[in-house]
Design a protein around this ligand. Structure first.
Ligand code: MG
Ligand code: ZN
Length: 365
């Protein structure tokens, strides 16, 4: 027994002595920043349709690491966006409709909130209301989704450094009479309706947090009323890079790929897919220059049971849908940058939270 202990001690000593600085080259580099990009409802067919219907390759094709996640919810093989986003944000499988709470309706801290407490800069950009299920799951804790006014109130509980999306009415035109925009201004925020004061025109001061929102939900990309996702994504990474001395966590959502799926409209899916992919390109461009940013692109679920059928050409896809709701498909995950290796393989949607936490060296408590 003593002999065995001695042998183990020697092995341990030998192993420890190997940990010289020179072996650090073998340890994968950790990222300083994470950009998580969620294409709501973006399954493999949505990506395929976006790819076939333009001549240039998608920016998504540049990602060296690809994995698949299991999108199912705690109580249903087919997830909704609330349970799907809560899995990424909080690392728990929960029931459909749950926003930032677990299967027992208990609030769970999100990676954005944990990062915020550790002095990491945080931000969210969405093409739906910022109080909608996907972004809300990173800040809010509600037993039921669509509590837009309650969700808006929870934005006062964090020090998120930047948020951009729709939903101004939920902040300013409320049943309880509270004007949350005024409260955000009191907290030091620059608050603005970005169609009045275009976010792209102003010079952002890294000493200040910013909130930009328009009245209700966003228009579709194709209408010309919305063209900000790619450019605002680029501006957001630059701003957070300047503001976040200890790094940043940014969630960017292409919300309406999902809405095209619900509407069973292939053209709607494709234009939203291209808009989201341009945003991906701009974030990748930043990450390549920066060298310390991990970029992850995925979806919460597929929407529409979308298929590309026989008779399709690049100019004219023959498409079909099996549902006007979500499906239980495996969902691709694309990763670029330091820490990206962890994202290959097949894993639970909640593992994306674990992998991101690990990459940033964050713990729950
Ligand atoms: Mg969404
Ligand atoms: Zn949906």
């Amino acid at each position: 027994m003593k002999k065995l202990f001695l042998i183990i001690s020697i092995i341990t000593l030998t192993l420890n002595s190997c940990e010289t600085p020179s072996s650090n080259q073998d340890i994968p580099k950790k990222p300083k920043n994470i950009v998580l990009m969620i294409g709501d409802g973006m399954g493999v067919t949505q990506i395929s349709a976006g790819m076939y219907s333009q001549e240039a390759p998608l920016n998504l094709e540049q990602f060296p690491i690809v994995g698949l996640h299991k999108s199912y919810a705690y109580n249903d093989l087919v997830t909704d966006s609330a349970a799907g986003a809560t899995a990424f944000a909080c690392g728990v499988k929960t029931y459909n409709g749950a926003v930032g709470v677990d299967k027992d309706t208990m609030p769970v801290s999100s990676i954005l909130e944990i990062a915020d407490k550790r002095g990491i800069a945080t931000g969210m950009v969405s093409t739906s209301s910022i109080t909608h299920a996907t972004p809300a799951s990173f800040i809010c804790h509600q037993k039921k989704r669509k509590q837009h006014q309650a969700n808006a109130l929870e934005f006062l509980n964090t020090d998120i450094d930047l948020f951009v999306g729709g939903g101004k009415a939920h902040f300013e035109n409320r049943d309880d009479g509270i004007n949350i925009s005024d409260k955000l201004v009191e907290k030091g925020y620059h608050v603005s309706s970005y169609f009045k004061e275009d976010i792209l025109k102003i010079t952002m001061n890294p000493e200040k947090p910013y909130a930009f929102y328009t009245d209700s939900e966003e228009p579709v990309a194709v209408s010309g009323g919305r063209n900000y996702l790619p450019s605002v994504s680029a501006k957001s990474v630059d701003f957070l890079d300047k503001r976040g001395e200890n790094g940043f966590f940014l969630m960017i959502e292409g919300s309406q790929i999902d809405w095209g799926g619900h509407a069973n409209q292939s053209d709607y899916i494709i234009t939203e897919m291209h808009d989201f992919d341009k945003a991906i390109g701009n974030v990748l461009e930043f990450a390549k220059k920066d060298g310390e940013t991990l970029v992850i692109v995925t979806a919460d679920h597929e929407t529409g049971g979308y298929a590309i059928n026989k008779g399709s050409t690049r100019d004219s896809l023959v498409t079909a849908f099996t549902t006007d709701y979500h499906t239980a498909d495996l969902i691709p995950v694309f990763a670029y940058g330091p820490g990206s290796e962890a994202f290959s393989g097949i894993y639970e949607n909640t593992a994306i939270f674990d992998k991101m936490m690990n990459a940033l060296g964050l713990k729950r408590n």
